[in-house]
Design a protein around this ligand. Sequence first.
Ligand SMILES: Nc1ncnc2c1ncn2[C@@H]1O[C@H](COP(=O)(O)OP(=O)(O)OP(=O)(O)O)[C@@H](O)[C@H]1O
Ligand SMILES: [Mg+2]
Length: 528
Amino acid sequence: MAAGGTKLGAASQVWRWVLANFGSWWFLLGPLLAAYAPRRLFQTYFNLFLRRHARRLLNLVDPYVSIDFWEGPPVSRYAALEPLDSAIASDTTFYEEVKAYLSSACSEQDARALRAEGAKEGDGLVLSLNDGQDVADEFRGATMWWSSVPADENADNDGRRCQRLTFHRLVVDEYLPHVRRRGRDILFANRRRRLYTNNRTSGYASSYDKTWSFVNLDHPTTFDTLAMDPARKKEIMDDLDAFRNNRDFYRRTRKPWKRGYLLHGPPGTGKSTMVAAMANYLNYDIYDVELTVVTNNNDLRRLLIQTTSKSIIVIEDIDCSLDLTGKRDGNKRKKPAPTSPYALHGGGSEVTLSGLLNFIDGLWSACGGERLVVFTTNHVDQLDPALIRRGRMDEMSYCGFEGFKTLAKNYLDIHVHHQLFAAVEEQLKELEITPADVAECLMTAKRAGYGEDAALEFLVEDLKKKGAVQTTNESEADNDDDDEYEYEEDLTRRRRRGLQGARAHGCLARGLCFVDVTALASSKPPHL
Ligand SMILES: Nc1ncnc2c1ncn2[C@@H]1O[C@H](COP(=O)(O)OP(=O)(O)OP(=O)(O)O)[C@@H](O)[C@H]1O
Ligand SMILES: [Mg+2]
């Protein structure tokens, strides 16, 4: 934004006012003409002749045009200049985008009379021009003038307010999309984030069905409080940054702007926590898709098409919700058990993983959205390798010593080294334990009112006990492996073992891994 816009504009403002009102000077003749000519004749004369000539004269000397942006639904033809690819675009108007854009202009300018309003969502303040004020905005070397039109000038428009842009007509096609994008970013940053969940679908599309319900998202987890190896954490954050900042790359390569993750690991290793950290880091909404209440691929399509940009679409426990064989030749799912949620629809859900991936690739190639798709599972080995080419896979041992240090900071407020850390490190080397279990242990110590030393001693003792249980469980597991392989039985058995192991004894944690679901993100920015 150019500084000193009001000074620069004073002379030219007067001159523009004179020119802009030139046509209406002829109106001074109005009373005379009205006295001696019939009223209709006078009006025709005024409209067809004087105004047209005044306009021509004005065009000769003034290369500027102006556009008014009215409060309310979009009124300018420029509203359709680019696709509505923002989460807030669907429920905001061009006027609001302009106002948000000008709020940043106003705070940088020396405009003297501003109007402050609370943002529609969130706790932010939106500053806007007070009536009669103006600011100048510098864009690619050209100056744009914004002014707030006084309410009484808009008497014929239901008292709605209006922001007026005066500009050189050559730059409008680039400038207005820039204003919209920047305005949307500001509105987006000020909004309250949401956690959406899908409602049960009826099996046939109806305009009365409410597809998504939401609550405000207020999850405290950030990457700072996430217990994992710092180097891996940084890699993931860099990956997210690269995704967010590579809009042009995705546009240039005609790839849908999306990225897929598969988070897998035993219960309690932090998969859901990671999704919350991602949402907080990117400032995205979360769409938590419950596939078991989606009847078929049509309903799924309807669901996904209503998600907005800048969002994370999460499908938890795909091993429990989808046909994981990846077969593309029809529905190969086993007949659901009577107690299964699929049975609720009579014929069972027809949604398949391959159908989902195909749809996501196909449809979202057509809409330029900014979306992360995250799958979670406890049984990654059940996925068809053809569906998941492991372009990038980081395995992390869940509660490594570095992860533990984060938990010690979160739960015991220990920010520097402690003498008992060495003992904890020693135990963690021997033991595969989930952060959830370490966190639970520290919480127990906290609830008992232990100080730092006592809490860490309690943890070391607990880890020793869990180490002993883990050794026993592992030898049992070796015996189990000799059994004949049966998918259904194995799934149940391993789930039971996983719950007992990870939740009760903290064992068998092999770590959360990040795998690119390359069917979702078949093209990556070159630097990744
Ligand atoms: N890496 C971690 N960092 C910090 N806290 C963690 C981490 N992992 C787990 N926790 C704690 O354990 C709790 C359970 O973790 P979470 O629900 O994310 O596990 P999950 O892997 O999604 O388990 P499930 O497979 O059962 O869904 C969380 O509320 C959090 O407090
Ligand atoms: Mg979870």
